[in-house]
Design a protein around this ligand. Structure first.
Ligand code: HEM
Length: 220
């Protein structure tokens, strides 16, 4: 779980970086160009297969672990320790993970399916044709309940990561006093910052907000 989780963390970082183009001025062209680079790069397309396998493995292992944990919690102790021995988010990894899974299915239907199987409009920059994924975002995030579902998805992701990153560091044995504090801090910053930046995207697109950079892409 730690290894597949770590791989997914790297994916989230790249995904967040590319998509953050929608927060700045000239979002349509900057984001569409960046997404096109990712979509047309052969290495990235090969990694996409790994990504989907990584998600499936992480989800299957997660449910297996939850079943084992439930079985051992029931049988070992006559008196339940209740909430005292673990934090809420560590006991709720399966619940939060399931919410993220539901979010992910909806999310792939919104963007990945039309991007790979057709249904996106096209736009031209310097005589070259690009998928207009930004227009798709505007359509999808025009609907208020969808924006709310995305915000809930990002919130669940944040809680899930808060536990996951620290837990992965322990599993991989990075627990020596020197490193543990640093890893924990990086984990907390990542778990809050990345979902927060993701959460800004549906809000910015819905309300038409932009951070003015004079049209220049700072990110790509
Ligand atoms: C909340 C803000 C988010 C926005 C606006 C967003 C937007 C997008 C877009 C436009 C695509 C299509 C890219 C393409 O086909 O070239 C995409 C793909 C994808 N997104 Fe997101 N995303 C967000 C958050 C997330 C989160 C939190 C996750 C994971 C938990 C995630 C997982 C994925 C996956 C797995 C794909 C397919 C990967 C691929 O195309 O290779 N996204 N997203």
């Amino acid at each position: 779980m730690a290894l597949t989780g770590f791989f997914l963390v790297v994916f989230l970082l790249v995904h967040c970086y590319i998509n953050a183009n929608v927060l700045f001025s000239n979002p349509e062209e900057n984001f569409n160009r960046a997404a096109h680079f990712m979509g047309s790069n052969i290495l990235i397309r090969i990694m996409e297969i790994g990504l989907f396998l990584g998600f499936i493995l992480h989800i299957v292992q997660g449910y297996q672990l939850e079943i084992q944990n439930r079985a051992s919690r029931k049988s070992r102790y006559a008196v339940s320790a209740g909430n005292k021995t673990s934090k809420w988010y560590s006991r709720s990894m399966a619940l939060l993970g399931t919410l993220i899974l539901l979010f992910l299915v909806l999310h792939l239907v919104h963007f990945w399916v039309p991007s790979r199987f057709g249904g996106l409009t096209e736009v031209q920059y310097d005589g070259k044709t690009y998928h207009n994924l930004y227009a798709q975002m505007q359509d999808i995030f025009a609907v208020p309940w969808v924006v709310v579902v995305y915000l809930l998805g990002c919130f669940s992701l944040s809680w899930h990561l808060l536990h996951g990153v620290q837990s992965a560091a322990q599993t991989l044995g990075i627990t020596s006093k020197n490193y543990y504090g640093t890893i924990k801090t990086i984990g907390i910053v990542f778990s809050i910052a990345v979902p927060l930046i993701f959460a800004l995207m549906p809000l910015f697109v819905h309300f038409g907000w932009q951070i003015n950079t004079g049209g220049v892409s700072l990110l790509f």
